[in-house]
Structure formats: C-alpha cells, structure tokens
Ligand binder design. Structure first.
Ligand code: AMP
Ligand code: GLY
Length: 423
C-alpha cells in the first residue's frame, strides 16, 4: 500500500515508524514531514492546510490510505474533502472533529449525555461572562472555545485575574477567533492521565495510558508547552479507574457522537483528571497526542495499518489491541527559551547513535535537513523515547539516550517520570 501521513511533528514520526513496521506498507509519503521522517518516508513540501494540493498529490500518486496526524486539518474538514475526492482517509470528519475543535460543543455533549466533567457555563458575550464571574468560586478555569495550540486555557486564582482573562480571550483576542466563545469551568484538582483510543464510529478500543508533562520547567513550573515528555503506562490508571471510565466515559462518548449524527472514526484522546470524586474529562482531542504517540505506539503490538483500516471499515470489534508488557519514557529535547523565544538552525550531532538500538527511538519534531546536515528548526526539537521492563528502567534508559545527541541551546526537563517514584 501507498500511505500518506499529514503533519510534521514527533507524533507523525511515531506514526510513520509504526506504519513502516507493517508488511502492508510499500511506500510512505509525509506532508510536509521533517528530517527524521525523511529517513523512512518521502517528504513532500505541502503544508497540512493546503487541502487542494494534498488531494492532487494523493490522486497523482494513487495513495491507498491517508493518515491525518494534526488537529487543524481535521477540524478544518480535510477528511471530508479527501473522501469527496474518492480517497481513503483515517481521521474524523469535520462534524466529529468538533469534539476537539469546540470546547463549548464538547462540554454541552458531556452535559447532555451525563459524561463526568467539571461544571461549566458557555459564553459568547464578555459582559455576561464578567457578570457570571462575580459569584463564581475561585480559582476558576477560562477556556477559549476553539483551537489555540493547547494555550487557550487560563487558570485564575482571583476575581481580578479572571476578569483580565475574559478580556484576554474575548476582547483582546489573544487566541484569535478561538476566543469568540468561551467556557468558564470549575477548577478541579487531581492527577492527569492521557488515554488514547481507536474508534470506528461504534466500537472503541483503548490504548495503554500515558502521563504528559505540560509545563516547561522542572517541578511543573513555568509556562504550558505542547508537552515536555511523558511516560506510559500511568501507574495511577488503576483497574478501578479503567472500570469507571469504561462504564461512564469511553463508550458513552462514542455513543453520544453517533446519537448526534456525528459518528466518530479515528483517534479520541481523553484528557482525564483523577479527582477525589472519580475520573473527570478535562478535554477531548480528535487525534493522537504529541508526545503521547511517542510512548504509546512503540509499545503497540498490532499492525498499525490493520487497526487503522478496521476503524475506517467499521470492523474494529474484530481487533484485539495488544501492548507490550513493558514501559516507555519520552524526554523532549527542546531549544532553550521554548515556548516563548528561541534560536534555531543549530547542527544536531549524534543522531546515528540510535541506529540499530532496539528499544530506543529518536523522534524528530522541529528538525530540518540542510547542506550542513540536520539542524534544529523548532521549539521542540527531538523526542527521545526508550523502553524498559519497568518505568524506572525506561526512564534511566531514556535519560541516558538524551546524552547521545547534542546541539547548541539544547534544553530538557530533568524530572520526566518523577511521579513514578511515588508508587
Ligand atoms: P485542556 O486543554 O482543556 O486539557 O487544559 C489544559 C490544562 O489545563 C489541563 O491539562 C489541566 O492541567 C488544566 N485544566 C484544564 N481544565 C481544568 C480544570 N477544570 N481544573 C483544573 N485544571 C484544569
Ligand atoms: N500532549 C497533549 C496533546 O497532544 O494535546
């Protein structure tokens, strides 16, 4: 089969590595891809939002299957447009990707179908939002409705901060049109777990759990980022938590989408918080997580193409998802200064040390191939993943492997997976 992957991050590299393991994969293309993906796929210089060009390319190359990794093209309806052109695509249609594309939609869905989540109100008028805040308990959580690169969430400790937050989101439009509407939500506390799942419109199969580290600095300090590293499985995702989520969250979400006439086919990412009242949904994403894919997919035993095709064909009930009985840790190597301001274009050395090392992966995110070799080209540069028999072993292996690569202004957190010491 000829496969096209849409996206350019560490997640898409992890997807490409999984796809390449399938005997069904004859040729892999990636648009636009990056230097690491370019080592196992042919990268084509087409952006993920250039729908017409992607469709022309897929038709010309007679692509058998397109896998869309990123949220923007999914929410923008790339699946619908490719399907209309007669192409086979993995990823939700626009009317289902709204599960991620609109927080107001997803909150209303959860309320209507009694799926446990934080109490909330939606607003499209800043004056009404301000009036509501006057009696809201603090801290309070403000969320821009639309896609905002994971940055549209403000946790406000005081009424003052919350008032300023409404202005930031709805009046100053710091997150653009994502802030035309806003959710104001109850603040919850608890440990966070990421659960990815494959969905075929009716059936849902859960992948192994993971825990992300969103803040830039050690000790969960500093600004929110796209994710500085993570581990899988999460020891806090117990059988009891799993049973609760299976009963009240996973199938309930898939059934709710089907009942709304928005059958979901693709990956649903459940961002969960384990509160003292039980698990609650923080957010849904309509795609693999980044860097969740970099710890979950290396542990998956199944043939990726078989699973993806089962989602498209509605035969996921016939697939047994299986994961290795091991653990994986991913440490992101970033450019110093991420997520605010950072330099790029520095040569990366030592990448070849990963060649032929089983259980070690160097997933590229912000990298580029130039005349001087592979150079840094983004805030998150590489995701170094290692597996191990236990989480502790995987963490030691991952941190050892972070030393194999060097580049100027290399930065990483030193405490990815520290929480596992508490178990
Ligand atoms: P989201 O994009 O909705 O997952 O929010 C980003 C991050 O904000 C989450 O990973 C949580 O750490 C935090 N957050 C979101 N909603 C809440 C909430 N209701 N209570 C506490 N923290 C939250
Ligand atoms: N790692 C969080 C996300 O992909 O949204």
């Amino acid at each position: 089969m000829k496969i096209l992957i849409v996206g350019s991050g560490g997640r898409e590299h992890a997807i490409a590595v999984s796809v390449a393991k399938s005997p069904k994969a004859e040729k892999i293309y990636c648009a636009p891809g990056n230097a690491g993906i370019g080592q196992i796929a042919e990268c084509v210089p087409i952006g993920a939002m250039e729908f017409d060009k992607l469709i022309d390319f897929a038709k010309e190359k007679q692509i058998d299957l397109t896998i869309i990794g990123m949220d923007d093209p999914l929410v923008g309806g790339l699946t619908d447009q490719m399907e209309a052109a007669g192409l086979r695509v993995f990823g939700p249609r626009k009317n289902a990707a709204i599960l991620e594309g609109s927080k107001a939609f997803s909150k209303d869905l959860m309320k209507k179908y009694h799926i446990p989540t934080a109490a909330y109100e939606n607003f499209d008028d800043p004056q009404k939002a301000l009036a509501y805040l006057e009696t809201a308990p603090m801290p309070v959580v403000l969320k821009a409705d639309g896609l905002a690169l994971g940055k549209g969430v403000l946790i406000c400790e005081t009424l003052e901060e919350a008032r300023a937050g409404v202005k930031t989101i709805m009046e100053d439009k710091k997150f653009g049109s994502a802030g035309n509407r806003m959710v104001i939500e109850e603040f919850m506390t608890g440990r966070e777990v990421s659960v990815l799942s494959f969905v075929d419109g009716r059936t849902i199969k859960i992948m192994s759990s993971a825990q992300d580290h969103k803040r830039a600095l050690d000790g969960d300090q500093g600004l929110n980022t796209g994710g500085m590293g993570n581990f899988s499985p999460s020891p806090f995702y117990t059988e009891e938590v799993d049973a609760f989520c299976k009963k009240y969250i996973y199938q309930a979400t898939v059934d709710a989408m089907a009942a709304e006439g928005r059958p979901f086919k693709g990956v649903i990412f459940f961002g969960l918080m384990l509160t003292d009242k039980g698990p609650r949904v923080l957010e849904y994403n309509a795609r693999f997580g980044d860097p969740e894919a970099q710890v979950v997919l290396p542990r998956m035993k199944n043939d990726m193409i078989e699973v993806v095709e089962a989602c498209i064909d509605g035969t996921l009930d016939q697939i047994d998802l299986e994961f290795e009985d091991n653990a994986a840790v991913c440490v992101v190597l970033a450019s110093e200064g991420y997520p605010v301001a950072y330099e790029k274009g520095f040569p990366i050395k030592g990448l070849e040390k990963f060649d032929g090392k089983e259980g070690y992966y160097c997933f590229h995110a912000g990298t580029k191939l130039t005349d001087q070799g592979i150079v840094t080209n983004g805030g998150r540069v590489l995701g170094v993943t290692a597996t191990g028999a236990t989480l502790k072993e995987a963490r030691a292996n991952a941190y050892e492997a972070t030393q194999w690569v060097t580049f100027e202004n290399k930065y990483m957190r030193t405490d990815i997976g520290k929480a596992i010491d508490e178990v």
